[in-house]
Design a protein around this ligand. Sequence first.
Ligand SMILES: Cc1cc2nc3c(=O)[nH]c(=O)nc-3n(C[C@H](O)[C@H](O)[C@H](O)COP(=O)(O)O)c2cc1C
Length: 201
Amino acid sequence: MKVFGICGSPRLGGTDYAVNYALNLLREKGCETRYFHVRGKDIKFCIHCDYCVREKKGCVHKDGLAEYYEGMMWADGIIIGTPCYHGMLSGQVKTLMDRSRAILAKDPEILKGKIGMGLAVGGDRAGGQEIALQQIHEYYILNEMIPSGGGSFGANLGGALWSQDRGAEGIAADEYGLKTVRKTVKRFYDLMEKTRGNSDG
Ligand SMILES: Cc1cc2nc3c(=O)[nH]c(=O)nc-3n(C[C@H](O)[C@H](O)[C@H](O)COP(=O)(O)O)c2cc1C
């Protein structure tokens, strides 16, 4: 099974750590993985020019997102990891969501049936992680994907992590947050297995 992990933080910090933690667990289960980090990439806003809808040839911008588009189309499962900015997901993640219109305009069912999970990293313990996870799930639902939570008694909507503003070091020490990632990865993997079973007939 193919998993595409996305890090929506502009730096090498806690979100990068958390997404790679999840991808490592999935590789141990036999998944093939790809990783996309927004850091250092030239990523333009969607300008609502409707080129993608009119031409159905992708996006008018030819910037740093080719690898992102390929990963989204290639994957059976998608992990969006975001830092919490002002109690919600990062602008970088929102821009990736908006820019995915380019592949959806070409094929509205391109994401249909893929499994999605979310990871949210806040500097505060209750800094908007659940709101960011809801926003990620809304994106999945809107595009006919299957959102995966982590289950009650531990993970609920997904991976919710607390960096204490100490980046990767903070997340490595956040044992409870890492448990939410493990629980969510388990559900995510199980859902991918189930849906693959269905499509195999
Ligand atoms: C613009 C901005 C806004 C932030 N807003 C919040 C917030 O609302 N809640 C929170 O818990 N942390 C907030 N933080 C802190 C980051 O979420 C935290 O440091 C996190 O670890 C950043 O992720 P990273 O380590 O992957 O870069 C904010 C940071 C920035 C730069």
